[in-house]
Write a protein that binds this ligand. Structure first.
Ligand code: PEP
Ligand code: MN
Length: 264
């Protein structure tokens, strides 16, 4: 298998613009759950950059549990991301939810995210694999590590080698947290695969004050990076406000991360 350690012994390391992903440095991607307005995403970009993040995240297409919840700004959101990227120099990561959006999105984004809900949307995986841009592939909320690696295989079998696996918590019987962060997935992936693996402590916990401890645990376990939700005004966020860090909290987290590992 293309994603396996047997196929390729050395860690996969690649560049997204000025950013290196993989290897011994920690790559931190941060930003709001959703792009809500031009001002909001630009403010977020400057805030996360100041704290030391090297890529900006923000959803333009939001796969929400309820169809009545905010669905994202769609193409406008992608345009705002591009503007925020041009102003700050941060490459942008955003989720794609439908194969038909790929052509429109590829001119605006640097990295495609495949969300947990679409990890086994095989037509989407094939389309995004063919585009060839780097991909953050989230673990499905009920996916085994093997299924997750097979999803990466779909991308790689289309010729795309630049895949970042993202552990974002799995469904368990525990309801105190939104999901249960499977920290052991980090060393297991690193044993089974040469691909970089990062952790999303925001969706894993759903709780703002649990995000930093889990982020640090992920780094201690050897994760190649993090995706953290940060919002300039979390109390007014249109999605995932309760798990979004205040910019000051994120600054503190970045300082704590630098004590543990070299940051990109
Ligand atoms: C997100 O990153 O905002 C998101 C929807 O994540 P996940 O697919 O992991 O739930
Ligand atoms: Mn979110």
């Amino acid at each position: 298998k293309l994603a396996s350690r047997e196929f390729k012994k050395s860690d996969t390391i690649f560049n997204v613009g000025p950013v290196t992903v993989g290897g011994n440095r920690v790559t931190v991607i941060a930003g709001p759950c959703a792009v809500e307005s031009k001002e909001q995403i630009i403010e977020s970009a400057y805030a996360v950059k100041k704290a030391g993040a090297v890529m900006l995240r923000g959803g333009a297409f939001k796969p929400r549990t309820s169809p009545y919840s905010f669905q994202g700004l769609q193409e406008k959101g992608c345009q705002y991301l591009k503007e925020a990227s041009e102003l700050t120099g941060l490459p942008v990561v955003t989720e794609i939810v439908a194969p038909g959006d790929a052509d429109m999105m590829k001119d605006y984004v640097d990295v495609f995210q495949i969300g947990a809900r679409n990890m086994q949307n095989f037509e989407l995986l094939k389309t995004v694999g063919r585009i060839g841009k780097p991909v953050v592939l989230k673990r499905g909320m009920s996916a085994t590590i093997e299924e997750w690696l097979m999803a990466a295989e779909y991308l790689m079998s289309e010729g795309n080698d630049n895949i970042i696996l993202c552990e974002r918590g799995i469904r368990t019987y525990e309801n105190f947290t939104r999901n249960t962060l499977d920290i052991s997935a980090v060393p297991i992936i690193q044993q089974l695969s040469h691909l970089p693996v990062i952790v999303d402590p925001s969706h894993a916990t759903g709780l703002r004050d649990k995000v930093s401890p889990m982020a640090l645990a992920a780094i201690a376990a050897g994760a190649n990076g993090l995706v953290v939700e940060v919002h300039p005004d979390p109390d007014k966020a249109l999605s995932d406000g309760p798990q979004s860090l205040y910019p000051e909290q994120f600054e503190k987290l970045m300082c704590d991360i630098k004590e543990l590992a070299p940051v990109m």
